[in-house]
Design a protein. Structure first.
Length: 211
């Protein structure tokens, strides 16, 4: 069979769709494993078992544990961006940004393993040699930048309460969200993350956020 003939065959008859499905299954299972025991405590043998493949099968798709961790983190962020935040490069609308943030927190509350993954790995990544440290450092820098733009948009439209100082607000709000996640993981029956966040934002923003 020529390369041209192979290119015209239905996608279901090629090898890569099955490989891509297996890769996606491994990433999903690894997200759970990393969220439960962390990166350092998860061996490739344990990860392979959790993913339902042999160690050789796992290494076929992800040659190192670091590459699997990178894929898990990228997949999580990709899903967040696709479902909750616009990535078309337009200026950030502050109201829509914070409304999306509340929706994302509500989504995370319904998916505890996602919250656990972030809490466990971000804590581990504070050590200098952790492979996820560059990812989380870049992620926080990007989050601060985007949230600062959202705050500046609200300030320019006179939508912040008069007592609110825009400077440093992004850092404080990110700290609030991360702190809520840890408290919720410890007391899921008593902490309502999206409601706490929306209540705090009412003290910051003069108008109600869109649903």
């Amino acid at each position: 069979m020529t390369r041209a003939e192979a290119a015209t065959r239905p996608a279901t008859s090629r090898n890569y769709p099955k490989g891509e499905r297996r890769r996606a299954q491994i990433i999903k299972a690894a997200l759970t494993a990393f969220g439960q025991v962390g990166y350092r405590n998860a061996s490739t043998v344990q990860l392979a078992a959790a993913c339902g493949v042999s160690r050789a099968g796992l290494l076929h798709h992800f040659p190192t544990k670091e590459s699997l961790l990178e894929a898990v983190l990228e997949e999580r962020e990709l899903q967040d961006d696709q479902h909750f935040f616009r990535t078309d490069g337009d200026p950030i609308d502050g109201l829509e940004y914070f409304a999306s943030m509340v929706r994302l927190v509500a989504h995370n509350q319904a998916n505890p393993l996602v919250v656990s993954l972030f809490a466990v790995l971000s804590s581990e990544a504070t050590t200098a040699d952790h492979p996820a440290r560059p990812y989380f450092a870049a992620r926080y820098e990007r989050a601060r930048s985007q949230m600062t733009q959202a705050v500046e948009d609200l300030a320019a439209r006179d939508l912040l309460h008069s007592h609110v100082a825009p400077s440093g607000l992004a850092v404080n709000l990110i700290a609030l969200i991360d702190g809520l996640q840890v408290q919720w993981l410890l007391s899921p029956d008593t902490i309502d993350m999206p409601e706490h966040l929306r209540s705090m934002l009412r003290n910051v923003i003069r108008v109600e956020l869109p649903l």
